[in-house]
Design a protein around this ligand. Structure first.
Ligand code: 3PG
Ligand code: MG
Length: 394
């Protein structure tokens, strides 16, 4: 993947338009509850300010209706948080597409929610051209939105005088490429979550690449079903058994492996008060629900992880939100944290597990992408990255 990089450009005195992904969770009063994406956007912004660029930053927030800025849509709370992190106030500019943007070298302004502009979601050419005309350099730093072909992530890259990747985008591309395109072996992938159906493309793509494919959660249950085990009343998708078998066959044909649990943690219900029992996989009763890997299986996973060269992690192996079903995910998280391998993690649940087990500092790279991370794992070309690649040579 060849894209121009912000660090390689002379931005002094230039008008720089940064598309960031500042789409962060908020509580009902609008307070930001988690600001990782804002913090991850700071290096590119700070770099441009330090070099004397006139900096315009925009992002989407939520999925608003185009043409109005409702009270839930405004980037006002983001401007405040950005200002705190940069140590200077950040002015929020509305009506910036037609009204124009006044900003001096060394200054920053935040441009109101770009998804409130008519034509953003449809990647409208007229809107893209107007936005491109605001700047000398377009910087896409919004990896979390790289799977969307919209006017600020795609169209504008075609018309801006220069289009490049910001530092976060560059780091995401480098980390994901390192893990998937040139991995140190063995390459181990962990794919957890509720459903095979939502992750089928990922499972199939990874089945062609990885040395070991660890499946967890409801996905593992469907694989257990496919392998002929009784899974009682566990969450699974019987209609996906054929696909699960296919994935295991692809792996087996390559001499690779899908290590299924040999012991599991079961309960009658999924709740904080549920009584958990550890049983061998052949002892799962008809009324049981499998809610975690058992200790023997978790130890086996930890061993696989300990010998990996590269680890790609998306999704927990158990219902880790409840402590009695958290053992498998905890042991896995700890194995990843202690491993010498290059590890990369992404996805909402995965980030929650990383936070719960406090291993953020010990993971090689934590992606800010949710959907974008998953589509990268699926082997898809992300439109925002493709748009930057198309501008590499000019
Ligand atoms: C996300 O949070 O997934 C990204 O910011 C992209 O948002 P979207 O799914 O609304 O396009
Ligand atoms: Mg999303």
């Amino acid at each position: 993947m060849q894209v121009k990089k912000l660090q390689d450009l002379d931005v002094a005195g230039k008008r720089v338009f940064i598309r960031a992904d500042l789409n962060v969770p908020q509580d009902e009063a609008g307070n930001i509850t988690e600001d990782t994406r804002i913090r991850a956007s700071i290096p590119s912004i700070q770099y441009c300010l330090d070099k004397g660029a006139a900096v315009m930053v925009t992002s989407h927030l939520g999925r608003p209706t185009e043409g109005t800025v409702g009270p839930d849509d405004t980037l006002a709370p983001i401007a405040v948080r950005l200002g705190q992190l940069l140590g200077k106030p950040v002015k929020l500019v509305s009506d910036w597409v037609d009204g124009g943007v006044e900003v001096e070298p060394g200054q920053i302004v935040l441009l109101e929610n770009c998804r409130c502009n008519k034509g953003e979601k449809k990647d409208d050419e007229t809107l893209s051209k107007k936005m491109a005309a605001l700047c000398d350099i377009y910087v896409n730093d919004a990896f979390g939105t790289a799977h969307r072909a919209q006017a600020t992530t795609h169209g504008i890259a075609r018309f801006a005088p220069v289009a490049c990747a910001g530092m976060l985008m560059g780091a995401e591309i480098d980390a994901l490429s390192k893990a998937l395109h040139a991995p140190a072996r063995p390459l181990v992938a962990i794919v957890g979550g509720a459903k095979v159906s939502t992750k089928l493309t990922i499972l199939k793509t990874l089945a062609d690449k990885v040395d070991q494919l660890i499946v967890g959660g409801g996905i593992a249950n469907t694989f257990l079903l496919a392998a002929g085990h009784n899974i009682g009343e566990s969450l699974a998708e019987p209609e996906m058994v054929k696909e699960a078998k296919e994935v295991m066959d692809i792996m087996a044909a390559r001499g690779a492996d899908v290590p299924l649990p040999t012991d599991v943690v079961v309960a009658d219900e999924v709740s904080a008060l549920a009584r958990a029992n550890r049983v061998a996989i052949d002892d799962v009763a008809d009324h049981d629900r499998i809610l975690d890997f058992g200790p023997k299986s978790a130890a086996k996973l930890a061993d696989i992880i300990a010998h990996a060269g590269t680890i790609v992690w998306n999704g927990p192996v158990g219902v880790f939100e409840y402590n009695q079903f958290a053992g498998g995910t905890k042991m896995m998280a700890s194995a990843i944290a202690h491993s010498e391998a290059f590890s990369i993690a992404g996805g909402g649940d995965t980030l929650a597990a990383i936070a719960k087990f406090d291993i953020a500092g010990d993971v090689g790279y934590i992606s800010t992408g949710g959907g974008a991370f998953l589509e990268f794992l699926e082997g898809k070309t992300l439109p925002a990255i493709e748009a930057l690649e198309a501008r590499f040579n000019d």
